[in-house]
Write a protein that binds this ligand. Structure first.
Ligand code: T5A
Length: 218
């Protein structure tokens, strides 16, 4: 753990990541329930969003009815503007008081979507990551991995209107998936969960992973 994390916070920070429709939102609930059942204070949140200001930026980012698309740098800056507010108002205070924060997406999504998907250089993202987060990183990132075609079936199965990202082509989502998997291969912070099977099997795997990691932290 970094010097900052040792001295300025005592809660744990868990993120769930993956492409569209892999089951993050469904399983954030499972992780929160798992931790709450062990008597921990849990804060459930998401990105982009998590605070009123960051949720307003989320609307700007996801709105499919915009006449002109955001340029890549504007999209990147909006993502980090939302994150700065979220960290200041929600995540850092929660961690400082000892709560466990469970977040549906965080900066790995920026490396996957803006980096892998849009082609923004990794160094540009890292510069903003350093500016906004300093040394703060998740303690554990559950990467839910599903082939793009299966994830698309799950998204369309929900029958909800598609947001601006969900309207991208499958090549975009293949690049996003690849970027996530490459990132996960480079860091022990990640646990890659095969999210293809039925929900019960996926949640068994997530529970096993949580048991192992939480035991290692105590
Ligand atoms: N973004 C975000 C960036 O570009 N950069 C960033 O830095 C950040 C933080 C946010 C968008 O913003 C972009 C990425 C995103 O496009 P979002 O709402 O957080 O949007 O992300 P989505 O992926 O769009 O969220 P979804 O709700 O669409 O997908 P989930 O949460 O992965 O999937 P979920 O849980 O809703 O499940 C989808 C369906 O599948 C079923 C569920 O019941 C549901 O119907 N399901 C399963 N069915 C069978 N078997 C299983 N194992 C199943 N698991 C779930």
């Amino acid at each position: 753990m970094s010097a900052e994390t040792q001295t300025q916070r005592c809660g744990r920070f868990i993120t769930l990541e993956g492409g569209e429709g892999v089951g993050k939102t469904t399983n954030v609930g499972f992780v929160c329930d798992w931790l709450s059942a062990r008597g921990l204070e849990v804060v459930r949140t998401r990105e982009p969003g998590g605070t009123p200001g960051a949720e307003a930026i989320r609307e700007l980012l996801l709105d499919p009815s915009r006449d002109a698309p955001w340029c890549d740098d504007a999209e990147l800056l909006l993502v980090f503007a939302a994150r700065a507010q979220h960290l200041a108002e929600q995540i850092r205070p929660a961690l400082a008081r000892g709560a466990w924060v469970v977040c549906d997406r965080f900066t790995d999504a920026t490396f996957a979507y803006q980096g892998g998907g849009r082609g923004v250089a990794r160094e540009r993202i890292e510069t903003l990551e350093q500016l906004v987060q300093q040394s703060l990183q998740p303690d554990l990132t559950l990467l839910l991995d599903v082939p793009v075609a299966l994830a698309a079936e799950r998204v369309s199965g929900r029958g909800a209107p598609l947001d601006r990202f969900e309207q991208e082509q499958s090549t975009f989502f293949e690049s996003v998936r690849q970027a996530y998997l490459e990132r996960a291969a480079r860091s022990e912070r990640f646990a890659v969960i095969d999210a293809r099977p039925d929900l019960e099997t996926v949640q068994q795997a997530i529970g096993d992973c949580l048991r192992e990691r939480v035991a290692a932290w105590s």
